[in-house]
Design a protein around this ligand. Structure first.
Ligand SMILES: [Zn+2]
Length: 507
C-alpha cells in the first residue's frame, strides 16, 4: 500500500474539489452559512480580506478620479421597469418589499400589514436608482464626466448557494459614470477593466485575461460588457470583475441629459463596473492547497504570525520578552507603504496545533520562537508558499532586514505558480473532436478535474454558442482584447472565423 501524504484538508482537491473548497473556507474560519437561507456570515478572517480588497481598490478608484457616494437600498418598481432588457435580466432574482409593518395576527404571531402602493425592489444593482440622481445632478457639459462609486450590499435571490461564490446577499462596489461622448465612456470602460486586471494580478496574485463578453453573456441593458477571467485549480473560469459600456440605454431610461457646448440638449453616455466578495472565492480557489488557504501577502490580514514555544512560566516570560523586542523592530517597517501586519499566538495550546491553524488560515510567514532560538538570537521560519515542513532558522537581524523581500518573493511565487498552471491548461484547439474530448471527463460517474481554457475559433453565430453550451456546459468566457486577427474555422460549424475566443466551463 502506498502511503498518501496526510493533508490538513480532507477531501483533497483531486478527490472532491467542491467539498475541498467548503473545507478550506471552514478550516480558515472565513465564513459560514447563516440561518437565513442563501445568506452567509462573513467571519473576521474573511472580512479582513475583504477590508484589504476594499482599501486597495478604493485607493485605485480615487487615483483615477472617482469619488464615493451612497444610494438607497430600495428601488421603486417603476424605476426598474424603465429599461426593458434590464428588467428581463434581473426579474427572476429580485427580492420585493410589499409591506411596511407588522401587526398582531390574533394567533400569537405577526402578520405583514401596511401594503405599499408601489412595491420596492431590494437592489440587485443600482443603475436605475443612481440614474435618477444623475438626471438631477447633470445639467451641462460642465457637470461631466461624473465619476461615482458606491460600496454596498446587493441581493440576487439564489436557490443554490456557495459561500463567497454565489449567495443571495453579497458585498460589492459598483462604479457608475456619465460622459459627454461615446469615446469618453468607452475609455472609462477600458480604464476600469484595466484597474481590475492590475488589482487582480498585483494584489491577489491572480493572472487574468481581459476580454469582451458575447451577447448572451452581456449585462442586461449594456451595449458591451467586458470582464476579467481567471482560471481556478479545477480548470474552470471565474469571472472576477466586469465593466460595462451602457451606451445611451440607461440615460434614456432615466432621462440623463445635458446641454452641450453648442447649447443643445443631449443624452449622456454611461458606464458601470463592479467586483464583489466573489473575489474572495476566486482567491481561495486560485491559490489554496490541500493544507488550506494560501494568501498572497499583499491581501493577507496578517503577514507574520509569531508562535511562542515554551515548557514553563519562566521560559514563557523569556520568549515573550524576546518577541516584544522583535515586534518593536517590525513596527518600524513598511511593506508597500503599509505597516507589517502581525499577530502573536499566545493561546494555551500545543505549538504544533497552533502552527497548523495558521497554515490553514494561509498566513504567509510563521515564526516559531523558543528558548533555543533565543540563545542563538534567531527565529525558526516557515513560509506558506513552501511545504509545511520546509522551515529554516534565521538570525533575527537577517529576518528583519529581509522581511519585505521575503514577502515580495512569496507574493511573486504565488503569482508565478498560478500563471504556470493557467498556461499549462490553456491550449489552442482547432479540431471539433479534440475540443469535445478536452471538455469530457474520462470517468463520467466521478468526473476527474479536466479541461481548461480552449482557445478556439468561433464564427460569431450565437447558435454555435448555444449548442456547445448544451452539449458540454462550456461557454465563451470572453473574446480577448488582445486577440489577433487570424483566419480559421468555427470549432462547431466550420464556418469562417477571424478570431479565437476563450471557451471554458465556468462558475
Ligand atoms: Zn459556428
Amino acid at each position: 500500500m502506498t502511503k498518501q501524504k496526510r493533508t490538513a484538508i480532507n477531501p483533497r482537491r483531486d478527490e472532491d474539489y467542491p467539498n475541498w473548497y467548503q473545507e478550506v473556507v471552514k478550516a480558515a474560519d472565513m465564513a459560514e452559512s447563516s440561518d437565513v437561507r442563501g445568506c452567509m456570515v462573513i467571519k473576521p478572517w474573511g472580512y479582513a480580506i475583504w477590508e484589504n480588497i476594499q482599501k486597495n481598490l478604493d485607493a485605485m478608484f480615487k487615483d483615477t478620479g472617482h469619488v464615493n457616494a451612497y444610494f438607497p437600498l430600495f428601488i421603486p418598481k417603476s424605476f426598474f421597469e424603465k429599461e426593458a432588457e434590464h428588467v428581463e435580466g434581473f426579474a427572476k432574482e429580485c427580492a420585493v418589499v410589499t409591506h411596511t409593518r407588522l401587526e398582531d395576527d390574533g394567533k400569537g404571531g405577526l402578520k405583514p400589514a401596511g401594503k405599499l402602493t408601489e412595491e420596492l425592489i431590494v437592489r440587485p444593482t443600482s443603475e436605475t436608482i443612481i440614474g435618477a440622481s444623475f438626471s438631477k445632478w447633470i445639467n451641462s457639459y460642465r457637470d461631466l464626466p461624473l465619476l461615482i462609486n458606491q460600496w454596498a450590499n446587493v441581493v440576487r435571490w439564489e436557490m443554490r448557494t456557495r459561500l463567497f461564490l454565489r449567495t443571495t446577499e453579497f458585498l460589492w462596489q459598483e462604479g457608475h459614470t456619465a460622459h459627454e461622448t461615446k469615446k469618453d465612456a468607452l475609455e472609462e470602460t477600458f480604464k476600469m477593466l484595466n484597474v481590475y486586471a492590475e488589482f487582480a494580478e498585483k494584489y491577489l496574485a491572480m493572472p487574468v485575461i481581459m476580454g469582451e463578453k458575447t451577447e448572451s453573456e452581456r449585462f442586461p441593458g449594456a451595449v458591451n460588457t467586458f470582464s476579467i477571467e481567471a482560471m481556478m485549480q479545477d480548470k474552470k473560469a471565474l469571472q472576477s470583475g466586469t465593466s460595462h459600456f451602457l451606451g445611451l440605454n440607461f440615460a434614456k431610461a432615466s432621462n440623463i441629459k445635458f446641454q452641450n457646448k453648442e447649447g443643445k440638449e443631449e443624452f449622456a453616455w454611461t458606464t458601470s463596473w463592479g467586483v464583489s466578495t466573489r473575489l474572495i472565492g476566486a482567491l481561495i480557489m486560485a491559490h489554496s492547497d490541500d493544507d488550506g488557504l494560501v494568501l498572497p501577502p499583499r491581501i493577507a490580514p496578517s503577514h507574520v504570525v509569531l508562535v511562542p514555544i515554551y515548557r514553563n512560566d519562566e521560559e514563557h516570560a523569556k520568549v515573550m520578552a524576546f518577541i516584544d523586542e522583535l515586534i518593536s523592530q517590525m513596527k518600524e517597517m513598511r511593506y508597500h507603504e503599509e505597516k507589517i501586519r502581525f499577530q502573536i499566538d499566545d493561546r494555551d495550546l500545543r505549538g504544533g496545533e497552533k502552527l497548523w491553524d495558521w497554515i490553514k488560515k494561509g498566513v504567509p510567514i510563521r515564526l516559531e520562537i523558543g528558548p533555543r532560538d533565543i540563545e542563538n538570537n534567531s527565529v525558526f521560519m516557515g513560509r506558506r508558499d513552501k511545504d509545511a515542513k520546509d522551515k529554516i532558522g534565521m538570525k533575527v537581524d537577517d529576518f528583519v532586514s529581509n522581511l519585505t523581500e521575503i514577502l515580495d518573493e512569496i507574493q511573486q511565487n504565488i503569482f508565478d505558480k498560478a500563471l504556470r498552471f493557467r498556461n499549462e491548461n490553456m491550449i489552442n484547439i482547432d479540431d471539433k473532436v479534440d475540443f469535445y474530448k478536452f471538455f469530457t471527463p474520462k470517468n463520467k460517474n466521478n468526473p476527474e478535474i479536466h479541461g481548461g481554457f480552449a482557445i478556439s475559433h468561433w464564427c460569431g453565430n450565437p447558435e454555435c454558442e448555444v449548442k456547445i453550451k448544451d452539449d458540454l456546459k462550456v461557454t465563451i468566457r470572453c473574446i480577448p482584447i488582445d486577440a489577433m486577427e487570424e483566419s480559421g474555422k468555427c470549432i462547431y460549424c466550420g464556418e469562417k472565423s477571424n478570431k479565437r475566443v476563450i471557451f471554458a466551463k465556468a462558475y
